[in-house]
Design a binder for this molecule. Sequence first.
Ligand SMILES: *Cc1c(COP(=O)(O)O)cnc(C)c1O
Length: 367
Amino acid sequence: MSFAPQALIDRAALHHNLRRVRQAAPTSRIWAVIKANGYGHGMERVAQALTDADGFAVARIDEAVRLRAAGIDKPLLVLEGVFDAEALRAAAAHQVAVTVHQTQQLELLEQTLLAHPIEVWLKVDSGMHRLGFRPEAVAAVAQRLQQTPALGVLHLMTHLANADAPQDPANQDQCVRFDAIDTTPFAQLSIANSAGLLAFPECQRDWVRPGIMLYGVSPFSEGSGEPLGLKPVMRFSAPVIAVNRYETGEAVGYGGSYRCPEPMPVAVIGVGYGDGYPRHVPGGTPVLLRGRRLPLVGRVSMDMICVDARELPDLQPGEPALLWGPGLPVEEIARRAGTIPYELLCGITGRVGFVEVNSEEGRDGAG
Ligand SMILES: *Cc1c(COP(=O)(O)O)cnc(C)c1O
């Protein structure tokens, strides 16, 4: 029995969620977005599992190089592009497509001699105002790129700022600005992340770029993945390490923010913010034990949390508590922590043990 927190990664759920993307965007190709260590699930692990993706998108060149080193031979795209000649040569050598979103990147491409031509996704800022050329600059940038010997194929992409809130008219504004661009210089187009491809099918175009939904998590600011037909990929759990009894009025943990209203058992679970469990969740945040939601009491420590065990007074050390996963959506914990599920998933730290499982095989095995 392991007394360390564990993240179980379910390959069957990953496959299921990719199929869900295909169903939602049947005529588009899929960049599976696996930046930030596959949203905390393990980048190489996710890439090796998602054999049906059309390609993988990451944020930085070193992530793409790691994927090639792991034997991934699918198309790769670096969403932030490269910033020096060495990185550009690495991208070309590894046949990695790069985004070009600002003038220095354009000049780098013009000035660097490459052994192989490189595929480029020109990024246009259709209204997010983070990365990208203004729409009125696109034609001139495309022309310069096409005169660059280093250029292989040229594509066009943009990114939606408000797709998590589909009713926001800013989404339509961005699509209108994108559609006003003359796309004849470009082989392929891409607009939509998870929220965009689900909420705006008209934005799916040649490639969609889902990230969060592959991990079974809703991309929208409300609700969870299950009603969208998604299955959580990560099951984050940790063991009970002690069950103690306290008297009426005794305070639990740092700062004594919780006082026992009556004599009661308190279970200590061996997980804390040092593992990536969010420190800012309030008392009452649920933890699943034997399928029941027990409320957190007191503050989250670095290595431990405490829960009110009055509903399960016979709990024993070693019993596993689910922190998020099937039956307890990470979306709910994120909302209580005042953040988004992306941050919680990316925030799992190096001391959590990762285990790969396949829930479909498990079910077969169980008959
Ligand atoms: C991270 C990212 C995505 C994926 O977004 P999700 O909300 O996780 O689906 C898509 N496109 C770009 C440019 C990104 O940076």
